[in-house]
Design a protein around this ligand. Sequence first.
Ligand code: ADP
Ligand code: MG
Length: 252
Amino acid sequence: MLVIDNLHAEVDGKPILKGLSLSVNAGEVHAIMGPNGAGKSTLGYVLGGRPGYEVTQGSVTFDGPENQKLDLLELEPHARAAAGLFLGFQYPVEIPGVSNVQFLRESLNSQRRARGEAPLSGGDFLKLARAQAGALEMDAEMLKRPVNVGFSGGEKKRNEMVQMGILDPKFAVLDETDSGLDIDALRIVGDGINRIMRAPGKAVLLITHYQRLLDYVKPDQVHVLADGRIVRSGGPELAHELEAQGYAQVAA
Ligand code: ADP
Ligand code: MG
């Protein structure tokens, strides 16, 4: 569903991704682990199409609507989102002056329009948003507040999952979605990822440092990203090995 081949990318002229290859099939969850500064967030940004991240070599093929093969790197960020790609940020941005509801409704409806679907009415949208907030045990009052403004770290991460539930993407790249979550929130977010994304025709790339999220969202494969490449891949046991031994040992 997502095939990354020999991806090289740089930021401000500095090479960060240095020949990264990875293939994720529909129905799978792949975890990416690796030391700080390895290029994990950069991979997410390159897939999402963040400006300033320049791809110098390689390709990314994505199975879009009706499983049509898309050259992901050719598409504008909004077209990638409309094709079913979702990026959950390591550091979710605050958007003062724009309410969560306005933002989410506009996001969803612009994606629906891009796919040739009718936009949701205000009432139908609110029902959906309340249901998703409820499932993530987020207070519905938070939907009225400006996007992420004054939210705690954990609330921002939970809000990202509400967003994902509303947009219902095919493929999610989740960048350290577990950071800043307390133990109860971790379970709620883990259950949310399974509920929203564990379905035929969907897949997840889960960037995390810790086994604890993988206790809830069981990965089919685990990869170690170090210095801009995948240096090891394995099954779920690789995450335990990393936790016990550290990256330096395992990635050597
Ligand atoms: P990770 O998410 O694995 O911790 P990142 O992808 O955030 O790593 O960063 C990879 C490397 O890219 C780091 O060494 C970081 O300092 C560098 N980097 C990220 N953004 C920039 C930038 N705008 N200019 C220069 N270097 C950057
Ligand atoms: Mg990062």
